[in-house]
Design a protein around this ligand. Structure first.
Ligand code: AMP
Length: 366
């Protein structure tokens, strides 16, 4: 793992008056570039040649410079990294950045300063470590099953390496689990070697709150051990399975598909904001205990509300999530923190700007 000191050493050579916000042209990059431009930063997009004209076509969100790559793996090449460093690039890692470059590759080979704490890649990238983190936070999580023979209630079976949520399935007994797995394998729908995670299926209403923690600010919630927390929006993912009533169960491949296809804006019953912020603060405080300096910047909790059990967290995404694309000009919640439109992309750029003013940029980078 590249030590933080060596990333900070690269950062120390940056011209702080000419920082550029950089990311791969995908996922939430238009929002990131748009926000960076509003805050007065230069921007760099990393794009496949075929995508470039499309990213150039948005007058308010296209990046100032586009660096073309043949494949996203080119980003790891020494020359390419040096080019980014010479442009004073601060990388904003979004979901596709991590997926295309690879979490492990970023930890081992990517020397360009990144916004946030890259140790989160290590902690969220592995289900059992992520579980330890959520347990440390003391939040409710779905029960995990080590072996299919233990299945005693409705479970959701998640496949490692499945694209998004494709190929996930439900089962209520060891017998049903084995039958469904066999069927999927015989149809060639899953890799026979794919590792399987079995988790209690939590019925209820899903919420995906978008949070931001600023280590530059003082704790503003009782459960916080550091930083200032903001709730900047909420969405619900529109997954293929959500449209099951439209006839999809006829096709088994689709019936088993939890892949995200879009996002729907959500406002939550106001009294639940207390629960969400409390849980988010505990997850952040636990992150600092486990991997100092802990979460920095945007993250998302994937939660289910059950009328009897309250909120269960089934996943943390420790970076900007695509659901924030709903709110390029702010959300029903950002309004309560800012007098101006504040997207998550802009909030990241604002944090960089604030840190530069305080001479604390290094506190946001690893
Ligand atoms: P994930 O790959 O963990 O983000 O899960 C993809 C989707 O599967 C989620 O957005 C939920 O719709 C569903 N899901 C995941 N875990 C659970 C669970 N424990 N109970 C119910 N639904 C789940």
């Amino acid at each position: 793992m590249i030590p933080r000191e060596s990333i900070l050493e690269a950062l120390s050579r940056y011209d702080e008056s000419d920082i550029r916000i950089a990311t791969i042209c995908s996922h939430s990059s238009l929002q990131i570039f748009h926000g960076a431009r509003l805050e007065g930063f230069g921007t760099i997009g990393i794009s496949l040649r075929r995508n470039k004209p499309y990213y150039e076509s948005f007058p308010k969100a296209s990046p100032e410079i586009i660096l073309e790559v043949e494949s996203y793996q080119d980003i790891l090449k020494r020359d390419f990294q040096e080019r980014l460093i010479s442009e004073n690039a601060l990388i904003i890692p979004h979901g596709s950045f991590v997926e295309y470059v690879g979490g492990k590759n970023i930890l081992e080979y990517f020397r360009v300063p990144m916004f946030g704490n890259r140790l989160t890649l290590y902690w969220e990238g592995d289900r059992s470590r992520q579980r330890r983190w959520l347990e440390e936070a003391g939040v409710k999580t779905p029960r995990q099953y080590r072996h299919p023979s233990e299945i005693d209630r409705l479970v959701i079976v998640k496949l490692h390496g499945a694209k998004g949520g494709a190929g996930y399935f439900k089962a209520s007994s060891p017998k049903e689990f084995n039958e469904k797995l066999k069927e999927l394998r015989s149809k060639g729908l899953i890799d026979p070697e794919a590792e399987v995670a079995i988790e209690e299926f939590i019925p209820g209403v899903r919420y995906y709150p978008h949070l931001f923690i600023s280590p530059l600010g003082d704790p503003n919630l009782p459960e916080l051990s550091y930083g200032r927390m903001e709730l900047l929006g909420i969405d619900r993912r529109l997954e293929v399975i959500d449209e099951i009533y439209r006839g999809l169960p006829e096709i088994i491949e689709d019936y088993l598909d939890y892949t995200v296809t879009g996002n729907i804006p959500v406002v939550i019953r106001e009294k639940f904001i207390v629960d969400i912020l409390g849980i988010a603060a505990r997850v952040a405080s636990a992150s600092r205990r486990l991997f100092n300096p802990g979460l920095i910047g945007p993250f998302c909790l994937e939660m289910v509300y059950h009328p009897k059990k309250g909120f269960t967290v089934f996943e943390v995404s420790a970076r900007i999530v695509a659901g924030t694309n709903l709110y390029p000009m702010g959300s029903p919640y950002s309004t309560y923190y800012y007098d101006e439109p504040m997207s998550m992309g802009r909030r990241i750029a604002r944090e960089v700007k604030n840190a530069l003013k305080l001479g604390r940029l290094k506190d946001l980078i690893y």
